[in-house]
Design a protein around this ligand. Sequence first.
Ligand code: 2XP
Ligand code: FE2
Length: 299
Amino acid sequence: MAAGEIVAGILAPHPPHLVYAENPPQNEPSAECGWEVLRWGYERLRKKLDAMDYDVLVVHSPHWKTTVGHHFLGVPHFKSISVDPVFPNLFRYHYELDVDVGLAEAICAGAKSAGLVTQMMRNPDFRVDYGTIISCHLLNPAWDKPIVGISSSRAYYYYNNEVGDREMLALGEATRQAVEASGKKAVLIASNSLSHRHFTEEPEVPEDMRNEHIYHHGQYLWDMRMLKLMKEGKSQQLMDEMPDFIEQSVSECKEGCLSWLMGALQMPSYPAEVYAYGSVIGTGNAIVEWDPKSAEVSA
Ligand code: 2XP
Ligand code: FE2
């Protein structure tokens, strides 16, 4: 069996607004338009993914929060409705998806042998979290590939950002090893936003773009700093600065997704490609891709 590989690593934030604005048949509410720069960024990335050969999407989501350890979806098929708890007016999405349980079990076992607390989630009535659903929809709305779903442990909250990052780098390494042993081609998805300061009043028309902007210049400066490091391939520096970034921009990176991705990609030193950056309810959202093949070309 040929070795498996990570064929792309993607930072793919999950504001429900982006699905709402696109009016897919799965979502009940309807919108006029909105958040075009981000949506067009996703559109371009989808074209690239559609032309790529891959077997599975592995997604780490901030909105499946597990009190103890790192959990993995462990049921082959899920079908239900996902409702955003903060924006039920924007996101009531009917989903149906397949899980690559074998790969999930392999990552779970590998992470456990690396010393992490892990658990397979076997409840067939479990409602898959909206972060997983939205990031996967925005990258593959046809849902024709199985996914592996990974929860967000509370290590950053119980201990501190440094401990959280250490766990996520180890989980990333276990993910890479399991993908390679599986013989499969995997796309990895980190589902978090960057800066995460929300506005406090929702406009009457959610897609009224007059209200959509960064509300704090410091948040914007931090986002630009992190994106510059990604574009320059300076992942180690990005991880060194991650604890301060998380604190000072109340970043959703505190849920661990991006650190997990950096671990799985072994701290890429090749440049990432930024597809789009934009604000949603005032938070900073970047769509970014790391293409390991570009490392081979520049080597
Ligand atoms: O606040 C969150 O984490 C959300 N997912 C809501 C929407 C936009 C965030 O960036
Ligand atoms: Fe979120």
